[in-house]
Design a binder for this molecule. Structure first.
Ligand code: ADP
Length: 476
């Protein structure tokens, strides 16, 4: 740990709050950075976070955030967890909610105020304490570089990481006034986006460096197909943009020490015990069949349309299928209807970390037919747990999963079944190939064993982030 201080900010951090991969990254990346710098992680203290369990303590007095003519009381909290310092911002309007961003049907209407408060609170901290760097993640933290722009006395440099460009934090123009943001920022080179206010644009325009979560996604977001309307804006700022692939925390996701598993395992023999136990748990018949799983948010992004279109035919093949996730009602309904019809489809709605671990451990294949995928962690977790990924070659999936046809046992790459077209025919033929490979058990086992030994940790990517910080240091 060095003297250089970094404030690493995210709207969700495992194990305090998690809705997806951002929380995993916000848990694991700061740990790697902390070997070189002095890193504090900061997030909102949502009301559902158990202060007692984590030993979260008040820190100092209440202070007021003045924003758009209103005053909001705020309080800072702190805890040490697994040798890292976590700081928390508590303001009732931001934190006293049942969901992080809103119910699955849509976001809270005042998310602009909620997350602006988070950014203003961090600004207050930076006024009081010296941090050399602030590392921001996604739109919920993207206003801070704009707020810092006006604070000449604060020398903090900002690095902004885009985890998913599809979520930009777009609000009506009237948000400007309630967020206390000057109209001078409301133009197309800055916050304005088709007459609305766009938080993500503030992060892109004003941060010192931008990273996104895989090299392929860094290229894709410069194109109309993946740029979500910001491709031109990102092209303009591309000299400060780099793609760095995410890693997984190989201690938290470790089949040999995972406390959430019935039988932790080091090799495929041990994995079999987990499969049998899991199939018994969900009362699935024919355990000798290959088990294909899907874990993820039920959104268009994750390829739910093509997955649901492919499911009836998949269910007619000799396999078992287990799905865990939550999201849009139309996907819930369609999946439920299919599960009722086919007894080799098992569904579990909701978010369940322990169940997800048991599924990774039990499964033979992990399906991830995403239409776009900034990085994706699930496919790496799957490979580490000896489940072969079936993925569409897009974004970070293209960077982390290589087609089994090109298998090279001497490489450090992960292998799986890769398909290109975004339609259910391509998905079905990938599943057919997967089942055929499973039939050639020696080959299948060889690839799975290889994947389990690959290094999906933050070791290499951590170095690339440090390079970004060091570049910023040299510039200052
Ligand atoms: P994204 O961040 O787009 O949701 P990632 O693949 O990057 O997708 O990360 C997803 C993370 O969330 C993984 O750790 C995955 O296991 C976990 N996850 C997703 N959905 C669920 C769920 N319903 N229950 C438990 N864990 C889930």
């Amino acid at each position: 740990m060095g003297d250089t201080r970094v404030l690493f900010a995210a709207s969700e951090v495992y194990p305090f709050a998690k809705s997806g991969g951002l929380a995993d990254v916000a848990y694991s990346l700061p740990r790697v950075l902390n070997e070189t710098y002095d890193v504090d992680v900061i997030m909102p203290l949502y009301q559902f976070i158990d202060r007692e369990v984590f030993g979260i303590q008040e820190m100092g007095e209440t202070f007021d955030i003045r924003m758009g003519g209103m005053t909001y009381p705020a309080m800072l909290y702190i805890c040490e967890y697994e040798y890292m310092t976590y700081r928390f911002v508590y303001t009732p309007l931001l934190c006293d909610r049942a969901f992080l961003y809103g119910p699955p049907q849509g976001g809270y209407e005042d998310n602009d105020i909620r997350f602006a408060l988070f950014n203003y609170a961090m600004l207050e901290i930076l006024k009081r304490e010296k941090y050399e760097f602030v590392h921001l993640n996604d739109w919920q933290t993207a206003l801070l570089p704009l707020l810092l722009e006006n604070e000449l006395k604060i020398a903090t440099k900002s690095l902004f990481t885009i985890h998913n460009l599809a979520y930009q934090g777009i609000f009506e123009k009237k948000a400007l006034a309630r967020l206390g943001i000057d109209e001078k920022y409301f133009h197309m080179d800055c916050l304005e986006f088709y007459g609305q206010v766009n938080f993500m644009k503030a992060g892109i325009a004003f941060s010192d460096r931008i990273t996104t979560v895989s090299p392929t996604y860094a290229k894709e977001i410069l194109t109309p197909e993946f740029g979500c309307g910001l491709e031109g804006f990102l092209q303009y700022h591309s000299s400060k943009l780099t793609g760095i692939v995410n890693g997984i925390d190989t201690e938290h996701f470790s089949p040999s020490t995972d406390k959430m598993l019935v039988t932790p395992y080091k090799d495929l023999r041990g994995k079999g015990a987990n499969k049998n136990a899991f199939l018994k748990e969900i009362k699935m018949k024919e355990p000798q069949r290959p088990l294909i799983i899907f874990i993820g948010r039920f959104t268009w992004q994750k390829g739910l349309e093509i997955f649901i279109d492919a499911l009836p035919e998949m269910a007619s093949m000799a396999c078992n299928i287990v799905v865990l996730g939550d999201g849009e009602a139309k996907y819930h309904d369609a999946l439920e209807a299919l599960a009722k019809k086919h007894d080799n489809i098992y569904l579990e709605f909701g978010y369940d970390e322990a169940l997800s671990h048991r599924m990774y451990a039990a499964s033979d294949f992990f399906l991830m037919p995403s239409l776009f995928e900034p990085c994706g962690l699930a496919q790496m977790i799957a490979m580490h747990y000896g489940s072969m990924p079936i993925v569409r070659s897009v974004g970070g999936l293209a960077d982390t999963v290589h087609d089994h046809a090109a298998f090279d046992s001497k490489s450090q790459k992960g292998y799986g079944i890769v398909f290109a077209e975004a339609d259910h025919h391509a998905l079905l033929s990938a599943v057919t190939n997967a089942l055929a490979l499973y039939g050639m058990i020696t080959q299948y086992n060889q690839i799975v064993k290889h994947n389990m030994l690959c290094d999906f940790s933050w070791r290499e990517s951590g170095k690339l982030y440090i390079k970004e910080y060091e570049t910023l240091k040299e510039e200052s």
